[in-house]
Design a binder for this molecule. Structure first.
Ligand code: AP5
Ligand code: MG
Ligand code: ZN
Length: 216
């Protein structure tokens, strides 16, 4: 199954992606996580990406498309994959479609996790992420069992630099201008499904499983 997850920052894409990837045994590919790993390793890609991410702006399409194409060539993507945070512009979506077309495949489902902007700030400022595996927690809505320690891998939980109020506002603006047009794009391809992201994490996941069905 080839799936993409759409939705504003803080909608719960990363949270649901971990659950879906586990349930359907497909790799979870998050461009945000790939960039953050490169930043922490201070690679040339990381240095370039950081200057955009710190401001809440998008990393340029050419860079982003190239890293996703490379990742999708890896063996573990042969049976399917889950893209989280990509595509984020119409150009990225077109590049993804043409890449898949060359391989004789296509996106099966685009899942849009809908959360009104007024919910987002509280989610972002209370978010904690695992330094090692990228898992997302929330101090109020989804706390880890032991404070500041990841349930999954024991890594340290930290706050993301771009989760400050000012940067979150910029990210929401960027989402409305550059990413929201993808809703129309996938609607026209008839593979868009909407999910209410304001429900509890487990309920959102159940609704996603109902949409994806038992087709693994
Ligand atoms: P990225 O890392 O993708 O960030 P984002 O899209 O802004 O989304 P987030 O990761 O902030 O939110 P999420 O939807 O994953 O929510 P989460 O599950 O953590 O991108 C970061 C940056 O990288 C971009 O700004 C850009 O610069 C660059 N970038 C990445 N991809 C790019 C691309 N394709 N092109 C160009 N640039 C790119 O949940 C949020 C919080 O809410 C957590 O605390 C969680 O515990 C809590 N929560 C989750 N679900 C629920 C629920 N149902 N109820 C209550 N709380 C919940
Ligand atoms: Mg995320
Ligand atoms: Zn972890």
């Amino acid at each position: 199954m080839r799936i993409i997850l759409l939705g504003p920052p803080g909608a719960g894409k990363g949270t649901q992606a971990k659950l879906i990837s586990n349930e359907y045994s497909i790799p979870h590919i998050s461009t945000g996580d790939i960039f953050r790993k490169n930043i922490s390793e201070q690679t040339p890609l990381g240095v370039k990406a950081k200057s955009y991410m710190d401001k809440g702006q998008l990393v340029p399409d050419e860079l982003t498309i190239e890293i996703v194409n490379d990742r999708l060539q890896e063996d573990d993507c042969k049976k399917g994959f889950l893209l989280d945070g990509f595509p984020r512009t119409v150009s990225q979506a077109e590049a993804l479609d043409s890449f898949l077309q060359q391989k004789g495949t296509k996106i099966d489902k685009a899942l849009l996790i809908e959360v009104p902007h007024e919910f987002i700030l509280e989610r972002m400022t209370g978010r904690r992420v695992c330094k090692d595996c990228g898992a997302s927690y929330h101090v109020k809505f989804n706390p880890s069992k032991v404070e500041s320690v990841c349930d999954l891998c024991g890594g340290e939980l930290i706050q993301r630099k771009d989760d400050s109020e000012e940067t979150v506002k910029e990210r929401l603006e960027v989402y409305s201008n550059q990413t929201a047009p993808l809703v129309k794009y996938y609607n026209e391809k008839s593979n868009l499904c909407k999910v209410d992201g304001t429900l509890e994490i487990e309920e959102v996941f159940q609704n996603i499983c109902d949409i994806l069905g038992s087709d693994k």
